[in-house]
Design a protein around this ligand. Structure first.
Ligand code: NAD
Ligand code: UD1
Length: 332
């Protein structure tokens, strides 16, 4: 199939481009490079020795999006493009609501106009709020405490309403848990701008000596060792989850957790990283980070049953691959 990947120069989009090409699909990427570099697309073509058509456009721009649909026989869309920094979304709510909601509506509209009936959307475990773990797709969504999270809840709702009145529209909403790791070649990986907010890129930069020490946000959570627990998933497993979602789309809208089902605490991740890299990580425990929850992990039964997909790579592999990319990447 010929697939339009919005946000395909970004972290998850670029790895999904590799997985789609590996599965024999053709890829068109649309990205405004607001949080990525064209370099990444070149690297994807290097890994796969296959051509990718790239449009440097903003996907909130209706005309620019329609131009792609009129020039290519697009058969499906995977919509990754979005702003994703939780803290920044509190500072810049309008930017987040505008970018994340308008992009979803523009793409859904173009799909209706050009009769593209396959749509896969990047959602997040953030939509579960402080529900009881493990999070199951049937749970009521709870308030998310930040505009970023709300854009995911609202986008899901918009797609739900569109699917309800367009019986041929097939939508898969994928709720990601915590993607880490990198392509095993070490050629592409996560490239955060500035000082990372997320744990794994912070850890790799401490290991590399770019940052002094890790701050662990809270050690008094009701968890195995007091530190926050998350469901870390290898980005290539996540990427392969998108291929499975696309290839198993059925009419209507369907929601899937993409995680491993395993919770790992911050200290457990630090230990796993030290073992995988052979480097001791300097850290200190500080106050909890506002908005963080204690526990977040998935019930993964639905994706396994409907899509035949499960995550395969373990925490050691995730740490090893993140570390390999940090070591390989010279250009920051
Ligand atoms: P990323 O920032 O690496 O990639 C997003 C890409 O979208 C970037 O390349 C950026 O330049 C592009 N983009 C943003 N707005 C755009 C616009 N209006 N037009 C064109 N391009 C635009 O982020 P990622 O980690 O790859 O995340 C991809 C998607 O998955 C996002 O929607 C994010 O909210 C969601 N998600 C990510 C995580 C995570 O932990 N990384 C977790 C849950 C959900
Ligand atoms: C965060 C977002 C989430 C988003 C995801 C991916 C919040 C509240 N949630 O998830 O919506 O989908 O990123 O972008 O921001 N930690 C430290 N020290 C650090 C960094 C993190 O101790 O320097 C801890 C956190 O407290 C948490 C765990 O590590 O317990 C994972 O944090 P992080 O990688 O930021 O992901 P989330 O907070 O789960």
């Amino acid at each position: 199939m010929k697939i339009l990947i919005t946000g395909g120069a970004g972290y998850i989009g670029s790895h999904t481009a590799v997985a789609l090409l590996e599965a024999g699909h053709t890829v068109v990427i649309a990205d405004n490079l607001s949080n990525s570099k064209e370099w990444t697309i070149k690297k994807v073509t290097q890994i796969m020795s296959k051509r990718i058509t790239f449009y440097n456009i903003d996907v909130t721009d209706e005309e620019a999006v329609e131009n792609i649909f009129s020039n290519h026989p697009i058969e499906g869309v995977i919509h990754f493009a979005g702003l994703k920094a939780v803290g920044e979304s509190v500072e810049k709510p309008l930017e987040y609501y505008y970018n994340n909601l308008v992009s979803t509506m523009v793409l859904a509209k173009a799909c209706q106009k050009y009769k593209v009936m396959r749509f896969v959307f990047s959602s997040s475990a953030v939509v579960y709020g402080e529900n009881q773990v493990p999070f199951v797709e049937t749970m009521d969504l709870l308030p998310t405490t930040n505009p970023y999270g709300e854009t995911k809840v609202m986008s899901e709702r918009i797609l739900f309403d569109i699917a309800k009145v367009n019986p041929a529209f097939s939508v898969s909403v994928l709720r990601y848990f915590n993607p880490i790791g990198a392509h095993e070649s070490g050629i592409i990986g996560e490239l955060p701008n500035g000082i990372p907010n997320n744990l794994m890129p912070y850890l790799t930069q401490v290991a590399k000596g770019k940052l002094k020490k890790l701050r662990i946000f809270g050690s008094d959570y009701p968890t195995v060792d007091g530190t926050g627990v998350r469901d870390y998933i290898h980005v290539m497993d996540l990427a392969e989850g998108h291929v499975a979602a696309l290839e198993n789309l059925t009419t209507g809208i369907h929601f899937y957790n993409l995680g491993t089902g395993q919770g790992t605490s911050v200290l457990e991740l630090v230990n796993a990283f030290e073992q995988a890299s052979g480097i001791k990580i300097l850290y200190e425990v500080v106050e909890r980070r506002p908005g963080d929850i204690a526990l977040c992990y998935a019930d993964v039964a639905k994706a396994k049953k409907d899509l035949g997909w499960t995550a395969k790579r373990d925490i050691t592999t995730m740490c090893r691959d993140s570390w390999r990319f940090e070591n390989n990447y010279k250009d920051r």
